[in-house]
Design a binder for this molecule. Structure first.
Ligand code: NAD
Length: 273
């Protein structure tokens, strides 16, 4: 568990649901819950929140043993839409509070940089009691400075693309400097790092899978991750990260795989709208 700047706690390892088809989501999330995952990351734009809600309901797990994250749709940045769609998210997830809600993308050109009013509406959901923690995603250092400077409230997390090929150092370090925990999306670079020879050597030295080495690197950096897989055996593999340790030298070797901006698998948030 990791403690956030609002004193809540979040499981460092969770299960991601990007590109999990709506009709397959309940089964995939049920498998993840059976494996032992208790932190599920979804989003309004994934259109699979209802499947997550169905799996959660079917699990019979007490609500306080689960950590649920969703993200605001890019079409819902206006404060009234934040409030309305947040309510719809709770309904689809079949819960009366959400653990973490994120602005999915800053969209600086689509809304004339008005993500500050979006952020204010997010913080009001916390004051309301229906949301435990408010955060952001894909925020660059300048975006963070604006929302903190203009509202005085720092997000609990910044969920950004990060993996060995694109560790996203500028956004990661700016987040940490503001006391904001980093969630690394695409922790396996959506699969791109799994055939890396350097990773393969380290994996062989530990008798582990390449995926486990990369995920363990994130864990030792202190970031929050939620790798996605549809296959129960891979869900189990990705969950078994706490019984081996990478040396400082192995960590540094993986750090050196950084390819800079060409290592990105997603768009640049400074221009994406
Ligand atoms: P990921 O890095 O988790 O990679 C997922 C892919 O890796 C899967 O399609 C699977 O084919 C492969 N894989 C997973 N485990 C494996 C294993 N053990 N062995 C071999 N292959 C394996 O990519 P992701 O799903 O994009 O990122 C994780 C989560 O982050 C998403 O599901 C989503 O919840 C979140 N996310 C957020 C944003 C954002 O903008 N905030 C963007 C993308 C993803």
């Amino acid at each position: 568990m990791i403690t956030l700047n609002d004193k809540t706690t979040i499981p460092q390892l969770g299960f991601g649901t990007y590109l999990v088809q709506p009709e397959e989501t309940a089964a995939a999330v049920s498998s993840a819950l059976e494996v032992g995952y208790r932190h599920i990351d979804t989003a309004q734009m994934y259109e699979n929140e209802a499947g997550v809600g169905a799996a959660v309901a079917a699990s019979g797990l007490p609500r306080d043993e689960l950590y649920l994250t969703s993200k605001l749709s890019n079409a819902a940045h206006r404060p009234d839409d934040v409030r309305r769609t947040f309510g719809e998210t709770l309904d689809r997830l079949r819960v009366d509070y959400l653990d973490l809600f994120l602005i999915h993308w800053p969209l600086p050109s689509r809304y004339d940089g008005d993500f500050v009013s979006t952020w204010k509406a997010m913080t009001e959901l916390v004051a309301d009691g229906r949301l435990r923690s408010a955060g952001v995603s894909n925020f660059e250092p300048g975006h963070l400075e604006r929302i903190i400077g203009e509202t005085g409230v720092a997000p609990a997390v910044n969920q950004i693309e990060a993996h060995p090929y694109f560790p996203n150092t500028a956004a990661r370090e700016a987040s940490l400097a503001h006391g904001i925990k980093v969630e690394a999306w695409g922790p396996l670079a959506q699969g791109a790092v799994l055939h890396d020879e350097t990773i393969a050597k380290i994996a062989a030295a530990h008798g582990r899978a390449a995926s486990q080495v990369v995920l363990r690197w994130h864990i030792q950096r202190g970031d929050i991750i939620f790798p996605k897989s549809m296959r129960p055996e891979r869900m189990r593999e990705n969950f078994a990260l706490f019984d081996f340790v990478l040396t400082d030298r192995e960590m540094a070797t993986i750090d050196a795989l950084d390819k800079g901006a060409i290592g990105r698998v997603g768009p640049n948030p400074g221009t994406f709208d």
